[in-house]
Design a protein around this ligand. Structure first.
Ligand code: IPE
Ligand code: IPE
Ligand code: MG
Length: 246
C-alpha cells in the first residue's frame, strides 16, 4: 500500500503490519491550549481521535491495539479535570461501544479498575463480557494503569499461590510472571507510539516493551490520524530488529 508524505510516495508492506501497536495518547491539554479551549475539550477531541484510529487499525489489519488512557499518576491532576475525563469515559464506553461491537471489535481494560467509580466498573465488566467472542481487532484500554502497579499486583497474586502451595518458587519463569500480568495472553507490542513530542514511557507497559520499537512524533494526540499511523508503521518497517543477536 502506498501513501504520500510531502512530495514522497512511500510504501507500506501489508504483509508486515505490526501485530500489536501500543500508543501513549499524549498532548490533549496542549491541543486545547493552542485553541484557547478548556483542557476538557482536548480530551474530547482525543476520544474522537481514538475512535478514528481504531477504524484505521482495523483497516490495516492490526490485531491488538493498547492505548494509555489514564495512568496511576493522573489522579494528581485537578479534581475538575479528573471528573471531566471520567465523564468522557462514561460517554465513550456507552456510545462508541455499540458501534465497535458491530465491527467485531473486542475490548478489555488493563489497570486497577477498583479505584474507578462503581458505574464505570460495571460498564467495563459488561463490555468485556459482551465482546469476549469477537475476533476482529482487540482493543486494550489502560485505565488507572501503571506498569509498576501492574507488577506489584502480579507479585501479590503470585505470592498467594505460593502460600497456598499451588506454586513452587523454584519453578517461576518469565512465562509464570507474564501469566499474572493484566496483559496475560496478549503478545508484546512490536511498536510503541508516543505523541506530543515527549520521549518517555511514563510507567506504561514496563515488562511488555522489553524489545519493542519506539516511535515518537510531535503531533498532538487529537491531530494523530491515518497518515500519522502509516508514517509510524513505515518507520517501524524500515528498522532492523536484532533481539540481542547480530
Ligand atoms: C493525554 O493528554 C491524556 C491524559 C493523560 C489523560 P494530556 O492531558 O497529558 O495533555 P498534555 O500533555 O497536558 O498536553
Ligand atoms: C501519560 O501521559 C499518560 C497517558 C497518556 C494516559 P502524561 O501526560 O500523564 O505523562 P507525563 O506526566 O507527561 O509523563
Ligand atoms: Mg501529557
Amino acid at each position: 500500500m502506498f501513501f504520500q508524505k510531502g512530495t514522497q510516495t512511500l510504501e507500506i508492506d501489508m504483509t508486515r503490519i505490526p501485530n500489536h501497536i501500543a500508543i501513549i495518547m499524549d498532548g490533549n491539554g496542549r491541543w486545547a491550549k493552542k485553541r484557547s479551549l478548556p483542557r476538557k475539550a482536548g480530551h474530547k477531541a482525543g476520544a474522537e481521535a481514538l475512535e478514528r484510529i481504531i477504524d484505521d487499525c482495523r483497516a490495516l489489519g492490526v490485531k491488538h491495539l493498547t492505548v494509555y488512557a489514564f495512568s496511576t499518576e493522573n489522579w494528581k491532576r485537578s479534581q475538575e479535570e479528573v471528573d471531566a475525563i471520567m465523564d468522557l469515559l462514561r460517554q465513550y464506553l456507552k456510545t462508541y461501544f455499540r458501534r465497535f461491537m458491530k465491527d467485531n471489535v473486542k475490548m478489555n481494560v488493563i489497570g486497577e479498575i477498583s479505584r474507578l467509580d462503581g458505574d464505570i466498573q460495571e460498564q467495563i465488566r459488561e463490555i468485556e463480557k459482551l465482546s469476549k467472542d469477537k475476533d476482529g481487532l482487540f482493543v486494550h484500554i489502560a485505565l488507572n494503569y501503571g506498569g509498576r502497579d501492574e507488577l506489584c499486583r502480579a507479585v501479590q497474586k503470585l505470592a498467594v499461590q505460593i502460600e497456598k502451595g499451588a506454586l513452587d518458587s523454584e519453578t517461576i519463569t518469565e512465562d509464570t510472571i507474564e501469566s499474572f500480568l493484566d496483559t496475560a495472553g496478549t503478545p508484546d507490542p512490536e511498536l510503541v507510539i508516543r505523541t506530543s513530542g515527549e520521549e518517555r514511557i511514563s510507567n506504561f507497559l514496563l515488562w511488555q516493551i522489553a524489545y519493542s520499537e519506539f516511535y515518537f512524533t510531535d503531533t498532538l494526540w487529537p491531530d494523530f490520524n491515518r497518515q500519522s499511523l502509516e508514517e509510524a508503521i513505515y518507520s517501524y518497517q524500515n528498522r532492523e530488529r536484532r533481539f540481542g543477536g547480530r
